[in-house]
Write a protein that binds this ligand. Structure first.
Ligand SMILES: C[S@@+](CC[C@H](N)C(=O)[O-])C[C@H]1O[C@@H](n2cnc3c(N)ncnc32)[C@H](O)[C@@H]1O
Ligand code: SF4
Length: 465
């Protein structure tokens, strides 16, 4: 794929702050009217409604040092005793969740994210896993994944997690260029990363993912193309190539990043174009805007079948399931309600000591939210939306329900259709190849809350490009 001739015009029109749509409504809409009691009601509804396998997310936030670009919810400490105390609280939370669910409820998907789960020793990780297994049963085909930072991860970690049943591993790489690594405070050699990928493959992890970021300081198309070819040598099953979300107003440590060294918006778009070219050229399928998977990987197969879904854990082949979550800042999604735990360790500990869920805020979706959520997920994941499926699923007339949005999408001038990003026909909306880079902008047309969240004195979202 090459950058379109009118790229500059597209950038002028579409490069603006906008959500990444890991959820709809976005976390910005969460409010503190949703607490422990609401969550308990939704868990009761879950028990009454369905015995489908659930998803389980566990957040382990600790890292030894902070990477300058990091926008995740992390706790930086070299003190292992601080992190050990956290595990006791996590065990309490796992017990609390289980006490509201039937004994041995099945889990079809589990993900441990962070921070860096492998900050902990293999023994500590095994203990947490055993606590979960004490209450829950994993389905035979459960996806069980973990995020690891290669710089602190040993073969023993990978062996222990594999023997517990983990079958997916995701490694942060970001960029192999030494100049970029220095600027982001993350020195990580190609050889170290290769060793862990080869070991993971040898011991049977079915899917190995690598995270990259484009838009970091000192990146050029030439330098990043070299990183891409090194990644291709490793042939991971999946690659996530994130757009650098530069949000210094939210993450104060990002102020240390030298703005002058950041690539221009044109270069950033060219970096994405080079990434898409490299992976498609090597036989990967494009998953959403910025993920890639080998056709042998189940995500690659799902994209061919237009059956991809997305939740807080990332892209998945499992249709939306209820998700319980444990750990600071973790977000659950149970029977129409998002619930988010406090980000503060002290509050997390005190709520659990009092036998309460440490929920700080959340959001109960209504029908309109669910309709828009479906539309946005389809566009983000599968780049197309069949109007008849929405009509059937929600008993609406798509064209009438979304008359205003369709008019905005298809206006004769300056609209996503006029700019070649989408085509809207009687049956469907299809995102065109050039529109994939701007799919967030296409989804923004369907976001009811966005007009309320933009134009304020402080930005809320990172830029779409
Ligand atoms: C929790 S980390 C991955 C595991 C481990 N901590 C590591 O860094 O290797 C999740 C991923 O989020 C991505 N990420 C973090 N901050 C980001 C930002 N500001 N913009 C875009 N991607 C970001 C990085 O690619 C990172 O690998
Ligand atoms: S990128 Fe990973 S290792 Fe670096 S600070 Fe963030 S969570 Fe920790």
């Amino acid at each position: 794929m090459s950058t379109p001739t009118s790229t500059l015009g597209l950038l002028e029109r579409y490069d603006r702050p906008g959500p990444r749509y890991t959820s709809y409504p976005t976390a910005v809409e969460f409010h503190n009217g949703v607490k422990d009691e609401v969550y308990v009601q939704h868990l009761a509804r879950l028990n009454a409604e369905t015995d489908r396998p659930i998803s389980f997310y566990l957040h382990l936030p600790f890292c030894q040092e902070r990477c300058a670009f990091c926008g995740c919810n992390v706790v930086i400490t070299p003190h292992l005793d601080v992190a050990a105390r956290y595990l006791d609280a996590v065990e309490q939370e796992i017990d609390l969740i289980a006490s509201h669910l039937p004994d041995r409820r099945s889990i079809g998907q589990m993900h441990w994210g962070g921070g860096t789960p492998t900050y902990y020793t293999p023994q500590q990780l095994s203990k947490i896993f055993e606590r979960i297994s004490r209450h829950f049963t994993f389905t035979t085909d459960a996806e069980i994944g973990v995020e690891v930072d290669p710089r602190v991860t040993t073969h023993e970690h990978l062996d222990a997690l594999r023997s517990l049943g983990f079958n997916r591993v995701s490694m942060g790489v970001q960029d192999f260029d030494p100049r970029v690594q220095e600027a982001i405070n993350r020195i990580q050699s190609f050889e170290l990363t290769r060793d862990l990928i080869l070991h993971s493959r040898a011991i049977g992890y079915g899917s190995i993912n690598v995270d990259l970021i484009y838009g970091l300081p000192h990146q050029s198309v030439e330098s990043f193309t070299h990183t891409l070819s090194q990644v291709l040598d490793l042939r991971p099953d999946r690659v996530a190539a994130y757009s650098f979300a530069f949000v210094p107003w939210m993450s104060a440590h990002m102020k240390d990043i030298d703005r002058a060294a950041l690539p221009s918006v044109e270069t950033k778009l060219a970096l994405l174009a080079a990434t898409v070219d490299a992976f498609l050229g090597a036989g990967y399928r494009q998953i959403g805007m910025d993920h890639f998977a080998l056709p042998t990987d189940e995500l690659g197969r799902a994209v061919d079948a237009h059956t991809l879904r997305r939740n807080f854990m990332g892209y998945t082949v499992t249709d939306t399931t209820d998700m319980v979550a444990a750990g600071v800042s973790a977000i659950g999604d149970v029977q129409g309600a998002f619930v988010q735990n406090t980000k503060k360790l002290t509050e997390y500990y005190s709520a659990l000591a009092a036998g309460r869920f440490p929920i700080e805020r959340g959001y109960e979706r209504d029908r309109d939210d669910d309709i828009r959520r479906y539309v946005i997920t389809e566009l983000m994941c599968n780049f197309r939306l069949e109007k008849a499926v929405v009509d059937q699923r929600f008993s609406i007339d798509f064209d009438a329900y979304f008359a205003t949005e369709l008019a905005a999408l298809t206006a004769a001038e300056g609209s996503p259709q006029a700019d070649g990003l989408v085509t809207v026909s009687a049956d469907r909306i299809e995102v065109q190849p050039v529109g994939r880079m701007f799919v967030r902008n296409v989804c923004m047309v369907f976001d009811k809350y966005l007009p309320l969240r933009t134009g304020g004195p402080k930005p809320v979202f990172s830029r779409t490009v």
